[in-house]
Write a protein that binds this ligand. Structure first.
Ligand SMILES: Nc1ncnc2c1ncn2[C@@H]1O[C@H](COP(=O)(O)OP(=O)(O)OP(=O)(O)O)[C@@H](O)[C@H]1O
Length: 231
């Protein structure tokens, strides 16, 4: 499937099951406009992480199509699952190995990426000595160094304290705004919706609502309140 210039992420009629007769995604369709920051919301188990993995090509759909501008960067919930080298600079350089860049160019790409996430002075730091929020920023810097056009983030703030959580979401918002990256961010934290351009609501494997984040926030708060009063 080919994409027009205005759309950076597209999923059309995606179906996927982990086990027979139990569909997780059911004709799921979404589009993210290029250069925008969108969020994906939904109750636990609604299929958000599965959808993100299908978009990233980490899983193959049973049917339906996926198209994205590339390269694509993926940020996992737990940064310890993706940072593999002993130091910050080495980890980012590791992601560039395939490009076989001359040393000077490699150094510039690493420096540029670290400065984009405000970690210029962290190049020689050991990964183990970073906070959770700093590790997530290193993971994002890895994608920036690879000149990723699309960033897929799977609950990247789940393990962060509230201050680092809001710092990270603001950082991604700024990267989208200033670098023209397109980002899709999975969350269940409604306060993060303040930072995005739009949101999707996933229910039972389908996108049932999309658009203005404030309207979706109200809708979710009302459904949470009504489920509390029914208990
Ligand atoms: N590797 C797997 N093998 C089998 N079933 C899985 C696997 N990963 C997820 N599932 C199931 O698929 C469904 C959707 O899971 P998924 O992680 O995509 O949901 P989610 O919306 O991201 O949930 P959460 O908000 O709790 O992270 C769940 O029922 C889950 O148990």
């Amino acid at each position: 499937m080919t994409l027009n210039d205005a759309t950076a992420i597209q999923a059309k009629d995606l179906c996927f099951s982990w086990t027979e007769n139990k569909p997780i995604l059911n004709a799921c369709t979404l589009e993210v406009p290029k250069g925008e920051f969108w969020m994906l919301l939904g109750t636990n188990g609604s299929g958000k992480s599965t959808l993100l993995r299908l978009l990233a090509g980490l899983l193959k759909p049973t049917s339906g199509t996926v198209a994205l501008h590339s390269p694509v960067g993926f940020v996992f919930q737990n940064p310890d699952h993706q940072l593999v080298m002993p130091t910050v600079g080495a980890d980012i350089a590791f992601g560039l190995v395939e490009e076989a860049l001359p040393t000077l160019m490699l150094r510039l790409r690493v420096e540029e990426a670290l400065s984009a996430v405000n970690l210029e002075s962290f190049q020689r730091r050991p990964i183990y000595a970073l906070s959770g929020g700093q590790k997530q920023r290193v993971a994002i810097a890895g994608a920036i160094a690879r000149h990723c056009e699309v960033l897929l983030l799977d609950e990247p703030t789940a393990l962060l304290d509230p201050d680092s959580q809001l710092d990270l979401v603001a950082q991604v918002q700024a990267l989208v705004k200033h670098r023209g990256i397109t980002a899709l961010w999975v969350t269940h934290r409604l306060e993060e919706l303040e930072y995005c351009d739009g949101a999707f609501l996933l229910e039972q494997g389908q996108v049932v609502d999309r658009g203005n984040p404030q309207r979706l926030k109200q809708r979710l708060m009302q459904s949470e309140e009504s489920s509390l009063t029914q208990e």
